[in-house]
Write a protein that binds this ligand. Structure first.
Ligand code: SAH
Length: 574
């Protein structure tokens, strides 16, 4: 993990232990360095003056006394994180929000294996449940956050069907947006008057198309943009990006306006822009740039070229050197296809957990849902189904996403390996956003248990003839045998499919020395995990069930110290 917000992090330490922790941070963060001084107070003052963040390995009292006379403005003072000698706690002491101190404390804690200590109130933290979105929140955030936590009724009023995560049950969607009905959480790009009981979440709905003459001053672009937005009652925090023509991609005035707003600049070729239907085309512009519209067409194409999802809110408005138009882009449903790993919670990726908490609807097989119920947010809708209902599950997940919701479709291992990703994406068209989260597939979990059987080319094969005719499977097994691939059998055997594994192993045995190792991993990384080793000559398929994968070595694979090893064939072998 790296701190990307701070350009210069000054480390201040008084003792050998403190210096050791400082060295640990300096080793992982290029922008962090130990600041020396005549004494520790002197070093801390130097760090304060030179850096935009300070990590001090001192007592909080000492730090408070030294920096007290230096305090000026929380928007410009450096963030200060204090860590105790034993590196148990990383305290965000100053600049928690404005200076990024809270985030820095969390990152210091992650590197040093300490606990972050954050004491700022909820005034600018995110509304509970919506913290995964990263969208700006304005207005009475503290009051509304507290109301949500206290279980008071909070109305959720959204301009459009944004795919929001699950929210606590006391937050209920409604169209009633009268300001005097208690706490409100608005999801809107419109300007909203402050009233002390309304928090406003800013969805990334707006795209400003920008055209300009060569050498346009940044101030001219920025002023025009802010004026156009204000006149249309739109909030700049909802800007998703600026958009322009490719030939304007290096126009400094446009680029620096985007940078100042903290949004990307997306540019389109003149041919793409020319194909967009706009209300105010110009032949003068066409002659100069090759498209009759830059600002309006770029606003409509937006970040991903979907003009069909967009409505032009403000037609082109010009100053001497700049032109701006604003479009609103409709939300799209979101389908996350999430692999949960082979079973153990710590083999599940952090990203999988983030996506599960980002979802309002989670779809999956009941036995996998049971593994993740503890990470789902309260209020998450769960659509579970039994084995064999893959088709229905895939359709349900896509239908929920197409209705505009945030959906997570889960599978064990990797959701793309003999699992839900392909049936789901066969139904999913370009109307929804799809996010894939890879997981540790059974073959990898088995490989790690058995040793290093996958060190050279290998093939995954499913022996389930429910989905694939047996003669196709047999042809592929033969190819893997002839190609001398290490072979991993998924779905190797069940009560109803009891002969296929023996048949497949027979084919492989015809192309391998009799002593070739065969490994079985059953319930890898689950409580009743089992490992079994044999050879192609001695292997008994009857010990295998559907909770197992079978790994057959290639002709070089051997046992070393009781572990399966497939040599990579590096030069040092010869
Ligand atoms: N998507 C899953 C595979 C689903 S097919 C993945 O990527 O792992 C189901 C088959 O996977 C099972 O019959 C078994 O062969 C294998 N499998 C899944 N999890 C396993 C585990 N923890 N241990 C051993 N085999 C497993």
């Amino acid at each position: 993990m790296n701190d990307t917000t701070h350009a210069r992090i000054g480390l201040v330490a008084a003792t050998a232990a403190g210096r050791r922790h400082a060295d640990t941070l300096a080793a992982v963060w290029p922008q962090a360095r130990l600041i020396e001084g005549a004494n520790v107070a002197d070093a801390l003052r130097t760090a304060w003056a030179q850096c935009d963040a300070v990590v001090a390995f001192l007592a909080t009292g000492a730090v408070v006394r030294i920096v007290a006379p230096l305090l000026d403005d929380k928007r410009t003072d450096p963030a200060v994180v204090v860590v105790d000698e034993a590196a148990r706690h990383a305290v965000a002491l100053l600049g928690g929000h404005a200076g990024g101190g809270n985030a820095l404390a969390a990152q210091v804690a992650a590197v040093l294996d300490a606990q972050p200590v954050i004491t700022t109130a909820t005034d600018t933290v995110d509304v509970p449940g919506l913290d995964t979105l990263g969208w700006p929140v304005h207005g009475a955030v503290a009051a509304v956050s507290r109301a949500i936590l206290d279980g008071e009724p909070v109305r959720l009023i959204a301009d459009a069907d944004w795919p929001l995560p699950a929210l606590p049950p006391n937050v209920h969607a409604t169209d009633d947006d009268s300001p005097d009905g208690g706490y409100r959480l608005l999801v809107t790009d419109r300007v909203v008057p402050a009233d002390g009981r309304t928090a406003v979440l800013r969805p990334p709905s707006l795209v400003a198309g920008v055209g300009a003459s060569r050498g346009v001053p940044a101030a001219e672009v920025a002023e025009l943009l802010h004026r156009v937005l204000a006149e249309a009652d739109l909030d700049p925090a909802s800007l998703r990006c600026l958009a322009s023509a490719d030939i304007k991609a290096d126009e400094a005035g446009i680029r620096s306006t985007a940078d100042t707003l903290g949004v990307p600049l997306v540019t389109w070729p003149a041919t793409r822009l020319a194909a967009v239907d706009v209300p105010h085309p110009s032949e003068v512009v066409r002659a100069a740039v090759g498209t009759p519209s830059v600002a309006e067409a770029a606003a409509l194409l937006g970040p991903d070229g979907r003009a069909g999802d967009a409505t032009l809110l403000v037609g082109k408005t010009a100053t001497a050197m700049a032109t701006v138009a604003v479009a609103r882009h409709a939300p799209r449903g979101r389908l996350a296809v999430v692999g949960l790993g082979p079973g153990a919670a710590d083999l599940r990726t952090p990203r999988a957990v983030t996506e599960l908490r980002r979802a309002a609807v989670v779809v999956g097989l009941d036995q996998y849902l049971d593994q993740v119920r503890d990470v789902l947010r309260p209020g998450t809708r769960v659509l579970s189904s039994g084995l064999g209902a893959e088709e229905a599950r895939a359709r349900a997940a896509v239908a929920e996403a197409a209705a505009g919701r945030a959906v997570a479709l889960i599978g064990s291992g990797d959701a793309g390996v003999y699992a839900m990703a392909s049936p789901a994406l066969e139904y999913a068209d370009e109307r929804i956003d799809v996010v894939g989260v890879p997981g540790v597939t059974a073959a990898l979990a088995a490989g790690a248990l058995l040793g290093a059987p996958l060190g050279h080319d290998h093939a995954y094969l499913s022996l389930s003839d429910l989905h694939t005719p047996w003669d196709v499977i047999e042809r592929r097994v033969t190819a893997a045998a002839e190609g001398d691939f290490v072979t991993i059998f998924y779905n190797p055997r069940s009560r109803a499919r009891d002969w296929q594994l023996g048949k497949a192993l027979g084919i492989l045995a015809g192309h391998r020395p009799p002593g070739t190792p065969v490994g079985v991993a059953r319930n890898a990384s689950r409580p009743d995990e089992q490992v079994h080793l044999a050879t192609v000559a001695t292997f008994d398929p009857a010990i295998v069930d559907m909770y197992s994968v079978v790994v057959v070595g290639n002709s070089d694979t051997r046992l070393v110290g009781g572990r399966m090893v497939t040599p990579r064939g590096y030069r040092w072998r010869s």
